[in-house]
Design a protein around this ligand. Structure first.
Ligand code: MRU
Length: 367
């Protein structure tokens, strides 16, 4: 998407320097900083520290990490070591292990001398595919938004609510939840997006920054406002992303998503999840018991993460009392019966084993 008239992806290959460049998302929305990722350890740190974040983006980043490892030492031992280091950076988003497994399966049968070039091309392919898949998710989601728009008086906006940042910077481009928003806005469908703050890491400001840069009308709200807005008929549809969706349709996403789904169910607001098929974990049925939930550092809770103060310094601010214990589960699971539908690159389906099997028959397993 465009920033000040320049088209960016959230990562890109610098062909002259032969190095990956990323947007260091920790500084957004206050500063737009880019960075080169120069060592395998730097790749692992960039993912763990959330310089890059969002399920599809960490998968694509990891693929470039494998390419760097193969350029340095294309042995089986080094392939396993690189996969191991990258995989343990963030445990919940399945796109990371999906990308690493795809790299491993492609590279292992090859002669060592062919691995570096193939790994780099594969990383480019994974990045390009992500862009196309998200564009298609947007087309499919646009149909839902148009349908709501036809039921509204002429010119009245479709009011969406989203949680976290499932935007273009959480993917390689377009985003998942935001792709239908961008496509609806570009098609002239009037929209208004409620953007949840998403404590503790405040991904909401990233979404607000994205939507603002694209001219999409929105309002930034605290996480506790969504239930009230839904009760008062001010939300037509919720669209969120996912870090891992099970073969049975349970949706793991940023902490707080479940509460929004409960409020949506109680108020008859459709609750949709936009996700690429790389986010589906076909080996898992029950999301509540089978998905590892990342526990992140307590400072993310005891402090407000990297705000801008009156002197324009970008700094953390402590909000909890000195020494207060904290807990910081980063994701939660929304059971499938709270999900109205899954918006994928192949179409929209019910959040169920049967629904997913219809769209992805190659993965269907007997119930
Ligand atoms: O912890 P984060 O910021 O990586 O979490 C991101 C999310 O939870 C997104 O909603 C999800 O990855 C979907 S991104 C297209």
């Amino acid at each position: 998407m465009k920033i000040n008239g320049t088209h960016y992806r959230s990562l890109w290959w610098n062909h002259d320097a032969h190095v990956l460049e990323i947007i260091d998302q920790r500084w957004l929305p206050h500063e737009f900083r880019t960075q080169q990722v120069t060592s395998l350890q730097d790749y692992a740190d960039a993912i763990r520290e959330m310089r890059v974040r969002g399920a599809p983006l960490i998968g694509a980043t990891a693929a470039y990490g494998v390419a760097l490892a193969m350029a340095q030492d294309p042995s089986d031992t080094n392939l396993d070591a690189a996969n191991g280091l990258l995989e343990k950076t963030r445990p919940t988003a399945i796109n990371l292990s999906w990308a690493l497994e795809r790299c491993r399966a492609t590279l292992l049968p090859l002669a060592e001398k062919d691995r570096a070039d193939t790994a780099l091309q594969l990383a480019h392919d994974i990045a390009d595919e992500d862009v196309e898949v998200n564009r298609r998710i947007g087309e499919n989601g646009l149909a839902l938004i148009r349908e709501i728009a036809t039921r509204k008086p002429e010119g009245e906006p479709v009011r969406l609510l989203t949680h976290c940042n499932a935007g273009w910077i959480a993917t390689v481009d377009w985003g998942t939840a935001t792709s239908p928003m961008y496509q609806a806005h570009d098609a002239g469908v009037p929209l208004h997006v409620w953007v949840d703050e998403t404590r503790p890491r405040n991904q909401g400001p990233l979404t607000a920054w994205e939507l603002g840069s694209h001219g999409v009308p929105h309002a930034y709200i605290v996480d506790n406002a969504g239930g009230h807005l839904m009760q008062h008929g001010m939300v037509d549809m919720v669209i969120v992303g996912s870090d891992r969706t099970t073969a049975h349709g349970d949706v793991c996403n940023k902490i707080g998503t479940y509460l929004k789904a409960l409020a949506a169910k109680a108020n008859d607001v459709p609750f949709y999840v936009a996700l690429p098929s790389s986010t589906i974990d076909w080996t898992v049925g029950d999301g509540l018991t089978e998905i590892p939930i990342e526990e992140r550092p307590g400072e993310e809770v005891s402090q407000i993460f990297w705000g801008k103060n009156a002197a324009d310094d970008i700094t953390p601010v402590q909000v909890a009392p000195d020494g207060s214990p904290t807990a910081n589960p980063a994701f939660d699971v929304t059971p499938r019966d709270l999900v109205t539908g899954l918006i994928t690159e192949r179409g929209i389906c019910e959040a169920s084993q049967e629904g997913l099997a219809k769209l992805f028959p190659e993965h269907a397993r007997p119930a």
